[in-house]
Design a protein around this ligand. Structure first.
Ligand SMILES: C[S@@+](CC[C@H](N)C(=O)[O-])C[C@H]1O[C@@H](n2cnc3c(N)ncnc32)[C@H](O)[C@@H]1O
Length: 267
C-alpha cells in the first residue's frame, strides 16, 4: 500500500486539487505536521482520521533526525497495511517538511511505496494574489529572507520566510528593488495582506512572502500597446492582423504557433 505526500495548496480548502481530495478521502490515516495543515485537511476528512505528529521547534539536527525517525516509525506500519497521507501546505516538494519524511522512509522503511500529489504552491499562487504577471521568458528566483535578510542578484525574486519585513525592505530598496509583500495569501485562517509598505506587516508572521523586482527592469509586451493606444480598437486587433508594438510589427498568430502550448507567449 502507499504513503501519499499530499500538497494542500496555500490554505483555502477549495484550492486542494481534486486528486488530493480523493486521496485524503480514501486514506486510512491523514498525518499532519502542523496546526494550519490540520485545519485545511479537516475540511476534507473527519477528525477521527487525523494523526498528529509532534515536531520540536529546533535547528538541532540530532533532535530533528530523532523526531523524523519517530514519525516514520509511526507512519510506516500503517502505510504497509493500507493507504495513508501526509499533508503539507503548498506543494510537498517545495521548501517542505515532506522531504525529511521521504528521506527517512527511504532509509529505514524502503518497503513503503511513496507517491506525491502536487499542490498549488505559494511560489505560483503569489502571482495571482498580488496581481503580478511573470511573463513568458522571464527569470524568477526563489530565496529565503528570514530574520531581516535581503538576498539580492536576480532580476525577479520570491522571498519566503519574511519575518522582519522592515529590515528586509531596507536592504532590497538599497539594492534597487521594488518590493511587494503578501501575507496569508489564499488562506482562510488569519488576515490576508498585500502591501508595498513593510510597516503594515512589521509584526512577525511566518506566512509572509515578498516579491522583489529590479526597479529598472524593462519589459516589452506586444499587447502592452493596447494600454497606450488612443485610437481605440481600429489599429489594435488580435484577429490575425498585425499588431503594432512600439513600431515593431508582430503577427500574433504566427508568434503563437512558434511558441506553442499553454506556456508560450510573446514579448
Ligand atoms: C517552508 S515554506 C513552505 C512552502 C510550501 N511548501 C509551498 O509550496 O507553498 C513556508 C514559506 O512559504 C511562504 N508561504 C507559504 N504559504 C503562504 C501563503 N499562503 N501566503 C504567504 N506566504 C506563504 C511563506 O514565506 C512561508 O514562510
Amino acid at each position: 500500500m502507499t504513503l501519499y505526500g499530499v500538497g494542500l495548496g496555500p490554505g483555502e480548502a477549495d484550492l486542494v486539487t481534486v486528486r488530493g481530495k480523493e486521496v485524503l478521502e480514501n486514506a486510512d490515516v491523514v498525518y499532519s505536521p502542523g496546526r494550519l495543515s490540520r485545519t485545511v485537511a479537516l475540511n476534507h476528512v473527519d477528525e477521527s482520521k487525523i494523526g498528529d505528529l509532534d515536531f520540536p521547534m529546533t535547528k538541532d539536527e540530532e533532535k530533528l533526525r530523532a523526531a523524523w525517525k519517530e514519525a516514520a516509525a509511526e507512519i510506516a506500519p500503517n502505510a504497509r497495511d493500507g493507504d495513508v497521507a501526509f499533508v503539507t501546505l503548498g506543494d510537498p516538494n517545495v521548501y517542505s517538511t515532506f522531504g525529511h519524511l521521504r528521506r527517512t522512509i527511504d532509509a529505514f522503511h524502503p518497503e513503503v511505496e511513496l507517491e506525491i500529489v502536487p499542490g498549488v504552491s505559494a511560489v505560483t499562487a503569489f502571482a495571482t494574489a498580488m496581481g503580478v504577471e511573470i511573463e513568458a521568458g522571464a527569470g524568477l528566483s526563489l530565496r529565503e529572507a528570514a530574520s531581516g535578510a535581503s538576498p539580492t542578484g536576480p532580476d525577479r525574486m520570491i522571498l519566503f520566510k519574511v519575518t522582519d519585513a522592515p529590515a528586509t525592505h531596507e536592504g532590497l530598496v538599497e539594492a534597487g528593488y521594488d518590493v511587494t509583500y503578501g501575507r496569508r495569501l489564499f488562506m482562510e485562517q488569519g488576515e490576508t495582506i498585500v502591501t508595498d509598505d513593510p510597516e503594515d506587516i512589521d509584526e512577525r508572521d511566518y506566512y509572509t512572502l515578498a516579491y522583489a523586482e529590479k526597479e529598472d527592469l524593462e519589459v516589452e509586451q506586444a499587447t502592452a500597446a493596447f494600454a497606450d493606444d488612443e485610437s481605440g480598437s481600429e489599429d489594435a486587433t488580435t484577429d490575425g492582423e498585425p499588431v503594432t508594438d512600439g513600431g515593431t510589427l508582430v503577427d500574433l498568430e504566427r508568434a503563437e504557433g512558434r511558441e506553442g502550448g499553454d506556456c508560450g507567449g510573446h514579448r
